[in-house]
Design a protein. Structure first.
Length: 102
């Protein structure tokens, strides 16, 4: 076993990184499409690509998704403890991930 010596801030950062990636996979799976916004000098172009069911199923079986889900699930209770004990540290790191700011 490896000792990581991570700070609480680093643990929260890794938790939100895994959460973000995991949720991106899940949005694609639920919506059956990938969206990309491309800024141009004339405005933003929205590009949508449909994703076939077979690809969606393979995506949720990929090692990348499974690792992100595993990391998220393992770090979530640790994050909750840190958030309860040191809310100011949790809030400081959460600010890096604006999609989770409430």
């Amino acid at each position: 076993m490896t000792q990581l010596n991570l700070t609480n801030q680093e643990i929260i950062f890794l938790f939100f990184t895994a959460k973000t990636i995991k949720e991106q996979y899940e949005v694609v799976y639920e919506e059956h499409k990938v969206e990309q916004k491309i800024p141009t000098k004339h405005g933003v172009i929205n590009v949508e690509t449909e994703v076939p069911d077979q690809v969606l199923n393979e995506m949720l079986q990929s090692n990348h998704y499974l690792f992100m889900k595993s990391i998220h699930d393992k770090l979530k209770p640790v994050y909750e403890i840190i958030k309860d004990v040191e809310p100011e540290i949790a809030k400081e790191v959460e600010m890096i991930f604006p999609m989770y700011n409430i």
